[in-house]
Design a protein around this ligand. Structure first.
Ligand code: FMN
Length: 389
């Protein structure tokens, strides 16, 4: 191919496989009216001096006006702002019609609720084929809403989803709900007797999704149905009870960056769960009070890599409380929560029950509740519709 011009359709098609962010580069013209264009070519260029860049078409009338003003502000669009991108793709003379904007520090338009805004003075403008390569000197920047950005890929818009956070499948959830329906009365009785909350979680890819929850009298339920927790160490060990080693490896790999100690404790938790047929945590304040809700956020809001790092940092701090323990019959345990697998015919766990929000209880009482929880899981296993792996 070298030396020959590439067909423009092939060029577009191949380059469309590379995703880009979406940003508005805007300024004001001599009359103070807003001018600007949507670009997918915005990029950081240099840290010292602080430079950013983008590539406008040489025939862009909007860029001509920006160039004249000598300054611009970049608004990085958020995942929920596709409508703004579409509005700002209208012909230049009515591009800002009906749109809200406010002047940034250098007087250029900035859109509301964008991820980040960057005020620049125009530094250089170099011809690059039918485009210019423009750099801007960064004068100030502001993170306004640290959410996932809008992405453009193969002609369509979307958002960012980290690898281990794929959407749950409706079919698996529906089948799990049917299975759990058979033991609903049992869940209710256990929640009553234990003065706690019993929740069923279905395994959907790399997540546990809450599919049913019941609480004892005066126990406020703490689980949002449909919320999902990533199966990331130290969570989800019961789902790995009958799993082959390769799958356990994948599980531990997800927390590789959280540090060796957390990984070895998570493996110990899995071994403990394999031996006992259930797993317990006795650190209500950290694991259940802090970590569980934080992880549930993943499913509710869509997590950014920065939030993922924050949660891993939290896990590192809480690591000591997560070590598996053998219960002492007479000792009182606070904030216990117990999980037990519901296995299919192949011994694989596709559903689990979790008993949580327990009042302080002795080791022997917790053992008795665990036995009751396991009895309930066996009742569910006896149903025909228990899931495939
Ligand atoms: C997602 C997306 C990315 C774009 N990226 C660029 C770009 O990097 N450079 C460019 O010149 N136009 C880009 N465009 C097209 C311009 O926004 C559009 O052609 C605009 O009309 C150009 O300004 P003008 O009206 O002044 O010519 C993009 C459009 C979309 C929807």
């Amino acid at each position: 191919m070298s030396g020959r011009a590439v067909d423009s359709a092939a060029f577009r098609q191949a380059l469309g496989h590379h995703p880009t962010g979406v940003a508005l580069v805007a300024s004001t013209d001599e009359d103070g009216d807003p001018v600007g264009l949507i670009v997918g070519t915005f990029t950081s260029v240099s840290l010292d001096p602080p430079l950013v860049g983008f590539l406008p078409a040489r025939d862009s009338s909007s860029f001509a006006a920006i160039r004249k003003s000598g300054r611009f502000t970049v608004s990085i669009l958020a995942h929920d702002q596709e409508h703004l991108c579409r509005a700002l793709s209208r012909p230049a003379d009515r591009r800002f019609e009906g749109l809200e904007w406010s002047p940034s520090g250098n007087g250029s338009p900035v859109l509301p609720d964008v991820v980040c805004s960057i005020d620049c003075s125009l530094e250089s403008c170099t011809p690059a084929g039918d485009h210019y390569f423009v750099t801007g000197f960064v004068e100030s920047l502001e993170i306004r809403r640290p959410v996932a950005p809008l992405l453009f890929f193969q002609g369509g818009f979307g958002g960012f989803v980290p690898g281990s956070f794929v959407a749950p499948s409706d079919a698996i959830v529906a089948e799990s709900v049917r299975t759990v329906q058979h033991i609903r009365d049992g869940m209710q009785r256990l929640a009553h007797a234990a003065h706690g909350e019993v929740t069923a979680y279905a395994r959907v890819n790399d997540h546990a999704v809450a599919v049913a929850t019941v609480a004892g009298p005066n126990v406020p339920t703490s689980t949002i149905l449909g919320s999902k927790l990533p199966l990331t160490p130290p969570f989800g060990e019961v789902f790995l009870i009958g799993a082959p080693e390769a799958e356990v490896e994948q599980w531990t790999d997800r927390a590789r960056t959280a540090g060796e100690e957390l990984l070895s404790i998570s493996r110990a938790r899995l071994e403990h769960a394999r031996t006992h047929g259930w797993a317990g945590s006795y650190a209500g304040d950290t694991r259940d009070g802090l970590l569980f809700p934080a992880l549930t956020e993943y499913g509710v809001a869509g997590v950014t890599p920065a939030e993922q790092r924050e949660i891993q940092a939290m896990l590192r701090v809480a690591v000591e409380d997560l070590r598996p323990v053998d219960l002492e019959p007479e000792r009182q345990y606070e904030g216990a929560s117990l999980v037990a697998p519901i296995r299919n015919g192949h011994g694989r766990c596709a559903l689990m029950l979790r008993l949580c929000q327990l009042p302080p209880a002795s080791g022997s009482r917790i053992e008795a509740l665990a036995a009751e929880l396991c009895r309930l899981t066996r009742e569910a296993e006896a149903q025909e519709s228990v899931l495939q792996p």
